[in-house]
Structures are given as C-alpha cells and as structure tokens.
Design a protein around this ligand. Structure first.
Ligand code: ATP
Length: 350
C-alpha cells in the first residue's frame, strides 16, 4: 500500500521521483515556478509526462512512454485544487455525491455519504445550493467534502487552507489530520504551520528538481536550501566545515562562522551554518569578546516583522526593536556590524 512516482516533463525542466507510504503525508515546498503544481498535475494525471511511472497500491496509473495511461476519472486519486472546480449545474449535495456515484454506489447511499462529508466540513446546511450561491470559503469546504467522499487512496492537496476563512482553517486541519492517517497524500503548502501539523515528510522543489527532503521538523530546523531556511525564518550560510564552524563562502566575504556542530560535522565536508535573526545583535562599531561572530554588512532593506524591525543585509537578516533601530539610525545603504554568539549558531553537514 503505497504511492510511487517518477516523471519527466521536458518542456518544464521537470524531473522528480518520490515514494509515499499511507499515513505519511508529504509536504511539497518550494518557490514560485519550482514545479509544485506540475507534480500534482502529473500525479492526478491531468498532465501527461514525457516519461515516467506511477504506481498506487500496486496498480500502475501510468508507465510512459509507451505503457499504461489511466484516465484521471478512474478511481483512487482525488485532487483538491486551489480553485474549488465544482460542477456549476449540480447542487452541493449532488456535487459531493458525484464521487460515490461514479464508483458505483446507488443514488440513496451516495447521498448519505455526501451528507456525512458535508456535515464533517460543517456545510450540511448548504446541501441544496448551487455553487454560484456559495462564498469562496464555503465552496472550498464543499470541494473538500467532494474530494473525501470519493474515498481516494491518494489525496492531492494544492494549498488546502488558502481559500478558507480563518475560522474554518482549524476545523479543516483537524479533519485532514484524521483522514490522512490511512491514505497517501501530497500537500503543496507555503505555510510552515500546515507543513508541521499535516505532514510527516517534506520535499523542497527548485527548478523542477527535489533539492532537499526529510522529516518536516528536520527540514525546518536543519535546512539545506535558502528557501527552506527562509520558511523556517533562519539565516543560512554555506561553506566548508572547519574545527568548530564553517568557512563561509556565500556570506559577506570569506569568513569563519563558529558555532555548535552537530554530530557528523567533520572538517573538510561541505557544511551549513544557521541562526535566528532574533539572535543577531546589531552595532555601529565592530564588537569583540565572548565567542562571537561579527560580520560587516551593508543594509539593503528594512521591514516591520512580528513587532520588530527586520534588517536585511544581502542574504542575512537581523530582527531588532524599533527603539534600537532608531538609535542605530538604520537606513538602506548604512554600514553596520551583525554579531551572533557561537552558541546560537548550528553547524551541520550540507
Ligand atoms: N501550462 C504550462 N505550459 C508550459 N509551461 C508551464 C505551464 N505551467 C507551468 N509551466 C512552467 O513549468 C514550471 C513549473 O511551474 P509550476 O506551476 O509547476 O510551479 P509551482 O511551483 O506550482 O509555482 P507556484 O508556486 O507559482 O504555483 C515553470 O517554469 C512554469 O513556467
């Protein structure tokens, strides 16, 4: 009982392979244009790859070029797109009953199933309406009920919370958590909270390739890509591991960053240093003393961030209070020193 996918779409520079077990939802993270929607479209068989193979619970969905290609409406897979895509001419109840009906259920039991799932998404009172009479959030709830009523073995979710009103999101997270426990699921999300709450593993896509994968917590605590570090709200520098840090090549010049090394951080290996922007102290003059890392930086941008001021300096960030920012007279173009204690820096192999 599992899902395996390998697919290449040459026109999009896309080449990905992955495997899932039921009850181990996979979060797909990545910047815009990375290939996240392409991955779901291929898995849902809405897009035919040039080459590749997909097998769900031992059944081949496609084997290209030349082999099987099972039409998307064949049972087993449900895609919950960002747009609810309900049938406009059917009532809400008939929309949700459509999956069970297509799977062979009689009219009466298909409607019973539909009512049960509408109740689950707290939308039973909408059963008699047409999609045109629903708000965006209501339509999305109905779309969730419709996807689940089909009892898919593989559930494909494209930012499931994005169209929902804030009040409905916790309800849907609880529901998804429960229904994902015994199926295969792929969830595109830009939301760290959803990745943490709903998924066990994560892959990070960039330019049509998987550049990073692992348990969600590890990907966020020990990111290997700038994208994952950004999601996790961490500064990230890459370089070569030295005795107690890395010799960073991509920061503000070739500098040594000292920190606390994870097991396996052997000198000479490619390594990564991460630290939280809130751990960065900002000075006008270079500071020395206690085991600290000090970087000379030039401010590139300023933005309000969670009650603080976030100072951007190239690819590095520091979060300081508004009072401190005023005192430092921070402005784009200003030369400053970022300082972070070695104890606040994590060092690990890339
Ligand atoms: N219909 C299409 N025809 C040709 N190329 C496409 C098509 N849709 C997407 N692409 C290209 O394929 C690549 C991957 O796009 P995709 O939509 O899968 O990215 P994404 O990660 O889902 O992005 P976003 O977060 O913006 O939705 C991009 O280079 C994009 O320009």
């Amino acid at each position: 009982m599992s899902f395996e996918l390998a697919a290449e779409v040459a026109a999009r520079g896309f080449a990905v392979s992955l495997a899932l077990e039921p009850g181990e939802p996979l979060a797909v993270l990545g910047p815009t244009g990375a290939g996240k929607s392409t991955l779901l479209s291929v898995a849902a068989r809405l897009l035919r790859p040039d080459a590749g193979r997909a097998v769900l619970d031992g059944r081949t969905l496609f084997d290209l070029p030349g082999g099987a290609w099972l039409a998307p409406h064949r049972r087993g897979t449900a895609l919950l797109a960002q747009e609810p895509l309900l049938f406009p001419h059917l009532s809400v109840l008939e929309n949700v009953a459509f999956g069970p009906r297509s799977a062979g259920a009689d009219r009466h039991s298909a409607r019973d199933t539909a009512r049960r799932w509408l109740a689950e998404v707290e939308a039973l009172e909408l059963a008699g309406r047409r999609p045109a009479e629903l708000s965006g959030g209501q339509a999305q709830r109905v779309a969730v009920a419709r996807a689940l009523a089909a009892d898919p073995r593989l559930l494909l979710l494209d930012e499931p919370m994005s169209a929902l009103d804030v009040d409905a999101a916790p309800m849907l997270r609880r529901l998804l958590k429960r229904v994902l426990a015994d199926r295969c699921a792929i969830i595109i999300t830009h939301d760290v909270l959803d990745a943490l709450l709903l998924a066990d593993r994560a892959v990070v896509l960039e330019a049509g390739r998987i550049i990073e994968e692992g348990p969600v917590r590890r990907v966020l605590e020990r990111p290997r890509s700038r994208f994952a570090a950004g999601l996790a709200g961490l500064n990230l520098l890459t370089g070569t591991i030295t005795g107690d840090g890395i010799l960073a090549a991509d920061g503000p010049g070739a500098i040594t960053v000292t920190g606390t090394a994870d097991p396996g951080a052997e000198p000479g290996l490619a390594g990564i240093a991460v630290f939280r922007p809130a751990e960065v102290s900002v000075f006008r003059e270079a500071v020395h003393g206690s085991p600290r890392n000090t970087f000379a930086v030039t401010v590139t941008d300023l933005e309000p961030h969670a009650g603080h001021i976030r100072i951007h300096a190239g690819s590095l960030y520091a979060d300081i209070t508004a009072a401190a920012a005023a005192e430092l007279e921070v402005a784009p173009g200003a030369g400053l020193y970022f300082s972070v204690k070695a104890a606040a820096v994590g060092i690990f192999p890339a």
